[in-house]
Design a protein around this ligand. Structure first.
Ligand SMILES: CC(C)(COP(=O)(O)OP(=O)(O)OC[C@H]1O[C@@H](n2cnc3c(N)ncnc32)[C@H](O)[C@@H]1OP(=O)(O)O)[C@@H](O)C(=O)NCCC(=O)NCCS
Length: 177
């Protein structure tokens, strides 16, 4: 099958990924809650598995949108991550990852973060971006999230274009006359 052969679509539900991590003391900051960088690492992993399940090809992280930490996750609590694909373009996929804390003694759950991660599928031989299967949207919620994802993608690509322009202006400025 060539890289550009159209592929059969997959449903959002086909690649949903649930991950849970018990927060251990070596992952904590001085306040006894998990380090932000560790949560970002888990988000990247949950999103990568979701993207892999959708396209069944090697994937790389291309971008992680702005993210915030709304509540701490304490040592001894569970971090629950849920990755769900929201948008597919030619070779890129946007994955939404929601993070919750769970107190194992009380059972109380709290939303702590949401991140949007863009992955790009690579061809196994050339290592270049390669087409991914289309996304089948089944529910009103999936269609609404997809519409919001289209807008996020538009803004992301505008930022990428602006960054490229800044870099080339900078390179011209530094080049010897
Ligand atoms: C991501 C990467 C493969 C893109 O390669 P490229 O040569 O710039 O490819 P293109 O410009 O053709 O873009 C390919 C796709 O990636 C998307 N993309 C690339 N950079 C992006 C960014 N910063 N934000 C959103 N999408 C991006 C493009 O929109 C395009 O999507 P589409 O095919 O669905 O239309 C390349 O930049 C790379 O290898 N980056 C390093 C990845 C990495 O090491 N990640 C961390 C470890 S996994």
């Amino acid at each position: 099958m060539s890289a550009d052969t159209p592929q059969q679509g997959h449903r959002v539900a086909d690649s949903v990924t649930q991950m849970s991590q018990l927060v251990l003391p070596h992952e904590a900051n001085v306040h006894g809650s998990v380090l932000g960088g560790t949560v970002m690492h888990w988000i990247d992993l949950a999103a990568a598995v979701t993207a892999n399940r959708h396209c069944r090809r090697p994937v790389v992280t291309a971008a992680i949108d702005e993210m915030s930490f709304e509540a701490p996750i304490q040592v001894g609590q569970l971090a629950l991550l849920c990755g769900r694909i929201t948008l597919v373009d030619r070779s890129s996929m946007e994955i939404r990852v929601d993070v919750e804390s769970e107190d194992l003694l009380s059972g109380e759950r709290r939303h702590t973060s949401t991140a949007f991660v863009t992955f790009v599928a690579l061809d196994t031989e050339t290592g270049r971006p390669t087409p991914v299967p289309p996304l089948i949207l089944e529910t009103e919620e999936e269609r609404a999230e997809n519409a919001r994802a289209q807008e996020r993608r538009r803004l992301r690509l505008e930022r990428r274009q602006a960054a490229k322009q800044r870099a080339s202006t900078e390179a011209r400025r530094r080049a010897p006359a």
